[in-house]
Design a protein around this ligand. Structure first.
Ligand SMILES: [Zn+2]
Length: 900
C-alpha cells in the first residue's frame, strides 16, 4: 500500500473539492430517494465586496457540518449560496475607484455608473466564493443567487407593488436620519448611538409684553433658529402662567407660542424646552400634535439655509453654533454653559454625525407585519432560537417596539424604486415601466430616483432564492428552510424582517430554527475589526494548519464567545497528523484485509469466530460514539460532538485499540485470524472517518478512498449510483443494542491497570528495557477474571515479567503502589530496579524547583500592577501554571513516600 509518510492538507484541499463540485455531489438532485426527508439552509449572503473573515469561516463551518451530516444521513440536502449587492458599501467602493481616476459618479451619470459597478463585480467582486471553495463548503453552486440579478429584482418589485397596494408601503414627509457625508437617509439600525461629552447651553428667550425671560437648555443651539414653540409640562407649577404666552425668538424676527405638552420632562434643564420640529425627531412628533410650523434651517449638506437668516445662511452647522452663542452672549441672553454628556448618533459607515431632517421618503408600515411575526412566536413558537435565552426575548421585545421602516435610499446602486411620476406629480407604482404607462395612461413618466434599502431584498432571501412568486418545485420542496445560522448583531436588521416577510408572503415562518453563533474575539478579548487591524485571516490559518484543523477549532465555538487561540488549531493539526499516522499503520498492515461491516456486528459469524475483549469493547465504543455524536449534532451541541470524536479517535482507537490489536495485525504468518484482525481494524477506521467527515472533509476523503474494500456499496442507498466518495457514505447512526456495558467496564479496568503501571514506570524512572513484576490484589472475583483474561495483553503493554493476581495484595515494602477501580490494589516491587536513594534525591530536587517556581509566580500575582497591566491571557496562564505545579507536587510527595 502506497501512502505518503506525511499528510499534505493543501494537496487534498485542491483536489477533492473540484472533484466533488464537478460531480454534482453538492446538489440535492444527487439524492435519488423520492421519500428522502429534506434539509435546507440558505446562506446569509455575504456582501459582493466582502472577503472571508473569521465570522464567515465560523458560520460556514457550522452550516457545512450540519449539511454534510444530513446529506450522509440520507436527507435531500440543499445549502443555497449567494451574494448581497450591498448598496452603500459597493457604491462607495466604486466611487473611490473613480476618484483615483479623477472622476465623480456624477461625471458618469447614473446609467454609466451602474454599468461600471457591474463591471467591477465581474472583475473583482465575489472573491468570497473562491474562498468558500477552499473552506470545503458543500453549497449547491448551481443555485447560486445574487440579489441584483433579474430574477431576484423581479421579486423585489412584486413585493413592493403588493405591499403598496395593501397600503403597507407609503411615501411621506417624515423626519429621518440623514448622513450629510453619504447623502442618504439611513434606517434607525444603520445609526450608531454613543454617549459623548458635550455642552448644555442655557438660552434666554424674552417673553413678549413683560420683563420676564424663559430659559431653555439645549445641546444644539444652532437649531434655535428653527424653533417654532417653547414647551412646558402642563403639571409644572413654575410655568403654569406662561402657557399661552408669546416669546420673542432672539436672532430672528419671529414670535413663537409657549405650549403645554405632557411629553416635556420637568427634570431636564429648566423644565421649559425649545421645540424645533424640522430638526429633532421628538420635536417633530410634538409639532404634529400641536400643528406647529416646520422651519428648515439646516440643509442636506449640514449647512444653514436661507430660512436661518442672512447672517447664518451657508454656514456649516458647527460654525453656526459658535455664531449663535456669540450673539446670545452679546445680547446678554446666554445664561450659562455646563459640561454635559449626551447620546449622539453617527452614521454607522462613515461616522459623520447624523442630521435629523424632514424629507420625502418611502416607508414600510410595520404594525401588521410585526403582529404576524409575534403570532408565529406565540402560536407556533417559531422560529426557535438556539440558544433560546436570551435571543427569543431580545427578538420579541424589539418587535413589540417596532417603528415604521424607512426603505428608500439616495443611492444609484440598488433596486430602483418601482414608482413613476406623471408630469402632474401623480404617483404610479408598477412592476415595470410598461405597466406603469398602462396604469397612468401616458408614457411621459419619470421613475423615482431612489433605490431600496439593501435589507429590503435580504428580507425576501428565503423565498426569492427559490423562485417565488412562481410555485416552483424548489419553493415547494425547500421552504421553509431547516435552520438559519447567523450572528446576533443582525437579529433585527435581517432575521426579524425575514420572518415578517415570510409570514406575509408565504404564510409561514422562513426557517424552523435560528442558530446564533458566538463571536471570535482576538487573543486579548477585543472584537476583531479592520480599523484595529487585529483580525485573523482565515486563509492564513488554512495555509498554516490546514482547513480541517481550522474547521474543528471553529465548530466547537458554538454559541459562546471565545478568544482566538492558535494553539488550539495547532493541536487539531496534530490530531489530523495522528489520524494520518493511525490510518497509515492500518494501511501498511492491510494485505489480505478489506473493509467489512459484518465484522462489527455481534450477530455476524465472523465476530464469534475470534473476538477478544478489546474487539467487543471497540464495537461498543464506536456505537456509543456514533449515538452521542448524532444526538449532539441534532441538538446543535457542536462542541460536545467534537470532543466525543476527538476522544474516541485519539484515546480509544489510536492509544488502545491499535495497541491491543497490534500483535494480531502484525503477525508474520498469513492466517484467517490475522486477516480478520486486519479487516476489523480497518473497518473501525472506516467508520471513524465517516463520523469525522462533516468536520474534517478533506483528510477523511483522502484516507477513505485508499481503504481496501470501499466502493459504491459503501454509499448511502440514496446515492448508490454515484462514484465512491466518503461524503455520500452513510453516516453511522450507532446501534444502541451494540453498546456493551460489560465489555466497556472490563476494558476500562484493564486500561486503568495498564495506565497505572505505565505511570509508575515513568514516575520511578524505570529503564524501558527492565521488566517489572505486577502484583494485584482484587477482592472482587469478576475483576480478577478480567485481569486474568487480559494477562497476555497487560504483560506485553507494560513489559511485565510476571502478573500475579490474588484477592488480597501482598507486596514487599519497597514497592510503588496504586489504587485501581473496584477497590483493587496494585503494587510494583522496585527492589533491584532502581537506586532508591538516588531516586529520592532526584524527586526532592524536582519538588524544590517547582516550589521555587510557584513562589515566584505567586509573588507576581500579588503584584497589582502585573494583574492590571498584563494581558488577560497571560494572567490566566500564570494561574493555570500554579495549579499544575500544585498537582505535580502532590504527586511527587506520594512517590517519595512510596520510596521510604
Ligand atoms: Zn455616512
Amino acid at each position: 500500500m502506497d501512502i505518503p509518510k506525511q499528510y499534505d492538507p493543501k494537496q487534498a484541499e485542491l483536489h477533492h473539492y473540484e472533484r466533488w463540485e464537478a460531480a454534482g455531489y453538492f446538489a440535492p438532485e444527487i439524492n435519488k430517494d423520492p421519500k428522502a426527508p429534506v434539509f435546507t439552509i440558505v446562506i446569509p449572503p455575504p456582501n459582493v465586496t466582502g472577503s472571508l473573515h473569521m465570522g464567515h469561516a465560523l458560520q460556514h463551518t457550522i452550516m457545512d457540518v450540519m449539511t454534510r451530516h444530513k446529506r450522509m444521513s440520507g436527507y435531500r440536502t440543499l445549502w443555497l449560496p449567494g451574494m448581497d449587492h450591498a448598496g452603500i458599501s459597493t457604491q462607495l467602493m466604486v466611487t473611490r475607484e473613480l476618484k483615483k481616476e479623477g472622476k465623480t459618479r456624477q461625471d458618469l451619470g447614473r446609467e454609466k455608473f451602474v454599468e461600471r459597478v457591474w463591471q467591477w463585480k465581474a472583475d473583482s467582486g465575489g472573491q468570497i466564493t473562491v474562498q468558500m471553495r477552499r473552506e470545503g463548503a458543500s453549497v449547491d453552486w448551481s443555485r447560486e443567487k445574487f440579489t441584483m440579478n433579474e430574477d431576484l429584482s423581479r421579486v423585489v418589485r412584486e413585493v413592493f407593488v403588493r405591499l403598496y397596494d395593501d397600503r403597507m408601503i407609503y411615501r411621506g414627509n417624515r423626519i429621518v436620519n440623514w448622513c450629510p457625508q453619504d447623502q442618504t437617509v439611513l434606517s434607525d439600525l444603520e445609526v450608531d448611538k454613543a454617549p459623548q461629552a458635550g455642552k448644555l447651553y442655557y438660552l434666554q428667550y424674552p417673553v413678549k409684553g413683560s420683563d420676564r425671560r424663559v430659559t431653555v437648555a439645549t445641546t444644539r443651539p444652532e437649531t434655535m433658529l428653527g424653533d417654532t414653540a417653547v414647551a412646558v409640562n402642563p403639571n409644572d407649577e413654575r410655568f403654569r402662567d406662561l402657557v399661552g404666552a408669546t416669546v420673542e425668538l432672539p436672532l430672528t424676527h419671529r414670535e413663537i407660542p409657549v405650549i403645554a405638552d405632557e411629553y416635556v420632562d420637568m427634570e431636564f434643564g429648566t423644565g421649559a424646552v425649545k421645540i424645533t420640529p424640522a430638526h429633532d425627531p421628538n420635536d417633530y412628533e410634538m409639532g404634529l400634535r400641536h400643528n406647529l410650523p416646520q422651519v428648515v434651517v439646516i440643509d442636506q449638506f449640514a449647512k444653514m439655509t436661507a430660512d436661518a437668516g442672512e447672517r447664518f445662511a451657508g454656514l456649516d452647522r458647527y460654525k453656526a453654533r459658535e455664531k449663535v452663542i456669540e450673539e446670545f452672549e452679546q445680547l446678554e441672553l446666554l445664561e450659562r454653559v455646563v459640561d454635559y454628556e449626551f447620546s449622539i448618533s453617527r452614521c454607522e459607515r462613515c461616522k459623520t454625525v447624523i442630521e435629523p431632517l424632514i424629507s420625502t421618503q418611502w416607508f414600510m408600515r410595520m404594525d401588521q407585519l410585526r403582529d404576524l411575526a409575534l403570532d408565529l412566536m406565540s402560536q407556533k413558537h417559531k422560529p426557535q432560537f438556539v440558544p433560546e435565552v436570551p435571543y427569543e426575548r431580545i427578538y420579541t421585545n424589539w418587535l413589540e417596539n417596532l417603528r415604521d421602516w424607512t426603505i428608500s435610499r439616495q443611492l444609484w446602486w440598488g433596486h430602483q424604486i418601482p414608482a413613476w411620476y406623471t408630469k402632474d406629480g401623480e404617483v404610479v407604482v408598477a412592476k415595470s415601466e410598461a405597466e406603469a404607462r398602462e396604469k397612468a395612461g401616458t408614457s411621459e413618466l419619470t421613475q423615482d430616483q431612489d433605490v431600496l434599502d439593501t435589507w429590503f431584498s435580504s428580507a425576501l432571501w428565503p423565498f426569492s432564492t427559490l423562485g417565488w412568486p412562481n410555485e416552483t418545485e424548489d419553493l415547494k420542496t425547500y421552504y421553509p428552510s431547516s435552520v438559519l445560522v447567523t450572528a446576533r448583531d443582525i437579529i433585527f436588521l435581517w432575521v426579524s424582517r425575514m420572518v415578517m416577510m415570510g409570514a406575509k408572503f408565504m404564510g409561514t415562518e422562513p426557517f424552523d430554527d435560528v442558530f446564533i453563533t458566538g463571536t471570535i474575539l482576538d487573543s486579548q478579548g477585543q472584537r476583531m475589526s479592520k480599523t484595529k487591524m487585529n483580525g485573523v485571516d482565515p486563509i492564513d490559518v488554512f495555509d498554516k494548519y490546514g482547513v480541517d484543523a481550522t474547521r474543528l477549532t471553529l465548530a466547537q465555538v458554538g454559541t459562546t464567545d471565545i478568544r482566538w487561540n492558535e494553539k488550539q488549531v495547532e493541536s487539531y493539526r496534530n490530531f489530523a497528523n495522528k489520524i494520518w499516522n493511525a490510518a497509515r499503520f492500518c494501511l501498511l498492515n492491510s494485505e489480505g484485509a478489506s473493509v467489512n461491516s459484518n465484522l462489527l456486528d455481534y450477530s455476524g459469524t465472523a465476530l464469534s469466530l475470534c473476538h477478544s475483549i478489546h474487539d467487543r469493547w471497540i464495537v461498543s465504543r464506536l456505537n456509543r460514539t456514533a449515538v452521542d455524536v448524532n444526538q449532539s449534532l441534532v441538538g446543535y451541541q457542536f462542541h460536545e460532538a467534537v470532543q466525543t470524536l476527538y476522544h474516541f479517535f485519539w484515546d480509544d482507537f489510536c492509544d488502545w485499540y491499535i495497541e491491543l490489536s497490534k500483535s494480531d495485525v502484525t503477525e508474520e504468518e498469513t492466517s484467517e485470524r490475522r486477516a480478520i484482525a486486519r479487516s476489523r481494524l480497518i473497518t473501525v477506521l472506516e467508520q471513524a472517518l465517516r463520523l469525522l467527515h462533516p468536520f474534517m472533509p478533506y483528510i477523511t476523503e483522502e484516507l477513505w478512498l485508499r481503504l481496501p474494500g470501499v466502493g459504491k456499496q459503501s454509499l448511502h442507498p440514496a446515492y448508490e449510483h454515484a462514484e465512491p466518495t466518503i461524503m455520500l457514505a452513510a453516516y453511522p447512526a450507532g446501534d444502541s443494542s451494540l453498546i456493551d456495558e460489560q465489555a466497556e467496564w472490563e476494558m476500562q479496568a484493564t486500561i486503568d491497570l495498564i495506565s497505572r503501571v505505565r505511570n509508575i514506570r515513568s514516575e520511578m524512572n524505570v529503564k524501558p528495557s527492565e521488566r517489572v513484576r505486577v502484583l494485584i490484589g482484587a477482592p472482587d472475583e469478576r475483576l480478577r477474571n478480567v485481569y486474568e483474561a487480559a494477562t497476555p495483553q497487560i504483560s506485553r503493554l507494560v513489559r511485565a515479567s510476571e502478573v500475579s493476581i490474588h484477592d488480597r495484595l501482598e507486596a514487599p515494602r519497597a514497592s510503588a503502589r496504586a489504587i485501581l477501580v473496584g477497590g483493587a490494589e496494585l503494587a510494583v516491587p522496585l527492589e533491584g530496579l532502581i537506586d532508591f536513594e538516588q531516586e529520592r534525591q532526584r524527586l526532592r530536587r524536582e519538588r524544590e524547583k517547582l516550589n521555587a517556581e510557584a513562589t515566584k509566580l505567586e509573588t507576581q500575582l500579588q503584584n497589582p500592577s502585573f494583574v492590571e497591566r498584563a494581558p488577560a491571557d497571560r494572567v490566566a496562564e500564570v494561574r493555570d501554571r500554579i495549579a499544575d505545579i500544585a498537582q505535580r507536587t502532590a504527586q511527587l510527595q506520594q512517590t517519595i513516600e512510596n520510596l521510604q
